[in-house]
Ligand binder design. Sequence first.
Ligand code: BLA
Length: 240
Amino acid sequence: MFQPFLQHLEKELFSRFDLSSRPIDPELEFQISQRGKNPAMIESWCYQCPQFRKIRYTYINAGETAQIFNSVLYPSYEYDLPLLGVDLLAFGKKKILVVLDFQPLFRDEDYLEKYIEPIAPIRAKYNELAQDLEMKFYDANQYFSPYLLFAKTDAETVVNRLFPAYQEYLQLYWQLLEQAEPKTDSASIERITKAQKDYDQYSAERDPASGLFRSYFGSEWAEEFVHNFLFEDSVPVAVK
Ligand SMILES: C=CC1=C(C)/C(=C/c2[nH]c(/C=C3N=C(/C=C4\NC(=O)C(C)=C4C=C)C(C)=C\3CCC(=O)O)c(CCC(=O)O)c2C)NC1=O
């Protein structure tokens, strides 16, 4: 269901950037689970280039049961650009949840003006994908922008609305990156580094996917996947 989103991202990345592979532990790179109703496959890809220190994306294919495409682009520490976050989930035909955002690292007015306001005209075209749903796991005021796309939707809308929205968001993201001036002073770079690390810690602690990973692949694998691949700058906190 979301394979075209993965293919589009890949095509964009390979045509725009000089990517090199960032190796993934083979245990984490690909797994098949036979535990569910349908076999569940999870596969991940990871790259870097001068502009991005980490580009990762993951596809979970459990047939009708679950299709998930998840991606985060982490700019290099010289760029204070938001992270590009994508989380598209389909559990059967009936439950489809989509999230797409420029995830801000800072919340001061200048920052939001520079990196978030430019989204407004695109976001305005896709009202049906911005439903103001309540967040149960995350805090909408931390690492999410006011112009995120966040919707419970259907397969037709994914194809006809979300896909064009996704292409436009990506296009704008590349444009903002092109315009961004890499920082050279160590104070700025340290501030960005800390903000990206905080994002990983926050996300690892809140991520609602942990339960899903555990149920398919076991708790040990799930823990490794979250802390050594998805959010590798996070450290596990003691379990309750
Ligand atoms: C492979 C990794 C990975 C997977 C498979 C994943 C799945 C995942 N994301 C979810 C929600 C969600 N996911 C996001 C957003 C994001 N989540 C992100 O990982 C990113 C980058 C964004 C930003 C765009 C939001 C906002 C929700 C709703 C959570 C809430 O209500 O607080 C849920 C809960 C769906 C439900 O309500 O039943 C799951 C299982 N998250 C992951 O990290």
